[in-house]
Write a protein that binds this ligand. Structure first.
Ligand SMILES: C[S@@+](CC[C@H](N)C(=O)[O-])C[C@H]1O[C@@H](n2cnc3c(N)ncnc32)[C@H](O)[C@@H]1O
Length: 232
């Protein structure tokens, strides 16, 4: 039996990876691969309409201030990554979706974008000056969020800031056939109190808990939690 990179061993490895990947990861990637171009077009100017969101990103950028690279996790087409770069942040993006990553690279060729999972980052311990997860923890099942926040804590420098954005609510929003594509996905709405509790358990200290009312095109309040990694 051959054991080269293109032989049966490689085939077995690919099968093992595919079999061990949780189904929500596959569903999320498939959804965003399908909608990447339409999503990017729909949200390309959205940040211009929400000064409070920009203020929080500016505060985050200042707190992250030059102590190393910053990661935008679940970066999608890179609109937040690009905004942070415009504020002078040394930022790179990570996303599950290959189509999103390809789009982000085309749009912002000066920024590094990698395909990967926020739950298992290819980044050394204590190496990031900041982490942003902007509407990207919303597809992770509730029981897996503690492990995601533990991963954010692992990669941050001591005192490094974390900014998490999500929709507030109890029930997920199920979106089917977005922009006419034959895909569907749950968008989890979360309780700021619950997420704050999970962040504290993971070793974060809260800096600010912001909730704003829905703007045009939004149905529920939006939460923005800014925290910092406590020293180990
Ligand atoms: C609602 S979009 C937000 C994209 C971007 N942050 C923005 O605000 O435009 C959610 C993004 O998170 C990504 N995502 C979801 N779960 C992820 C995970 N576990 N690891 C990496 N990316 C993830 C999706 O592929 C998608 O691009």
């Amino acid at each position: 039996m051959g054991t080269t990179a293109h032989g049966p061993s490689a085939f077995r490895l690919i099968r093992v990876v595919a079999m061990t990947e949780p189904s929500f990861v596959r569903t999320t990637r498939t959804f965003y691969d399908a909608v990447a171009v339409d999503y990017a077009e729909r949200y390309k100017d959205q940040l211009d309409t929400v000064p409070l969101d920009r203020a929080l990103l500016a505060a985050f950028a200042e707190l992250a201030g030059g102590a190393g690279p910053v990661a935008d996790l679940g970066c999608g087409p890179g609109r937040i990554t690009g905004h942070l770069r415009s504020l002078g942040v040394d930022v790179f993006g990570v996303d599950l979706s290959a189509e999103m990553v390809a789009l982000a690279r085309r749009t912002l060729p000066q920024i590094r974008f990698e395909q990967g999972s926020m739950a298992d980052l290819d980044v050394p311990d204590g190496s990031l000056a900041g982490v942003v997860a902007w509407y990207s923890i919303i597809h992770t099942p509730a029981e897996r969020l503690p492990a995601v926040f533990a991963e954010f804590h692992r990669v941050l420098v001591p005192d490094g800031p974390l900014l998490v954005a999500f929709q507030v609510g109890e029930e997920p929003l199920h979106i089917a056939e977005p922009f006419g594509h034959q895909v569907a996905l749950d968008f989890n709405r979360l309780s700021p109190d619950h997420v704050t509790g999970l962040l504290r358990q993971a070793g974060f200290q809260m800096i600010a808990r912001t909730q704003r009312e829905p703007e045009e095109g939004e149905n529920v309040p939006q939460a923005f939690l800014l925290a910092r990694k406590t020293k180990d």
